[in-house]
Ligand binder design. Structure first.
Ligand code: ADP
Ligand code: MG
Length: 191
């Protein structure tokens, strides 16, 4: 995949987050402060002005820097840092063969920055399962990603704002588990 196509996919996410803003807000209202929809939309809406398509690495890095500076919440630094880390492993021809490395960089960045493990009801549950499935050669469709997000419903949150809800967080989907479905789908989908 060429830089132009990946750029298109990343810019397309602004539309996805515009469509999903209310839903993400609703998820974050249940076990957070209700700003996740606004946060994600603000971050991706700023992309057209700030994205640098001079190389694949620059594309990822500028995306990361934009998300870091535009998204106020916990998710901004996590997604932002992840794109900066992915920038270090992408080549100008982003191919299927690179995907395992890219997702490994994504998962490692979140684990490191968020000091998070699987089962804590965060974006990491979706990102790390996607990493693992791709590494195992499985086909990771939007439906598969959505099922990973769905599986966060039964978990108790132990990281971020949702952790304040303790066992009351059980029964709700983690907001960034849902937003990471869209981001991962842009990276993985149809290569
Ligand atoms: P805030 O929690 O500051 O309001 P957001 O609402 O934008 O920020 O993001 C909340 C999301 O951030 C949660 O759904 C969760 O998945 C993720 N999150 C919070 N803390 C961590 C962490 N330590 N590691 C991984 N993800 C985290
Ligand atoms: Mg929030």
């Amino acid at each position: 995949m060429e830089v132009a196509e990946m750029k298109e996919r990343l810019l397309q996410l602004a539309e996805t987050f515009a469509e999903q803003e209310a839903h993400l807000t609703e998820l974050d209202r249940a076990i957070g402060d209700g700003d996740h929809g606004v946060n994600m939309l603000r971050g991706f809406k700023a992309l057209p002005d700030q994205i640098d398509d001079s190389s694949m690495a620059q594309l990822f890095k500028s995306t990361g820097m934009t998300l870091m500076s535009q998204i106020g919440g916990a998710s901004g630094p996590l997604y932002g840092f992840s794109f900066v880390k992915m920038a270090q492993v992408v080549d100008d021809d982003f191919s299927k063969e690179q995907l395992p490395n890219v997702l490994e960089a994504f998962a490692e960045a979140v684990a490191q920055r968020g000091k998070v493990e699987r089962g804590e009801k965060t974006m990491f549950d979706v990102i790390d399962r996607a990493r693992e499935a791709v590494a195992d050669g499985e086909r990771v469709t939007l439906e598969v990603l959505q099922s990973y997000a769905q599986d966060t419903v039964d978990l108790e949150a132990t990281k971020g704002r949702a952790a304040y809800f303790k066992e009351e967080s059980i029964g709700h989907m983690d907001p960034a588990a849902q937003s990471s479905v869209y981001i991962l789908n842009a990276l993985i989908g149809e290569m």
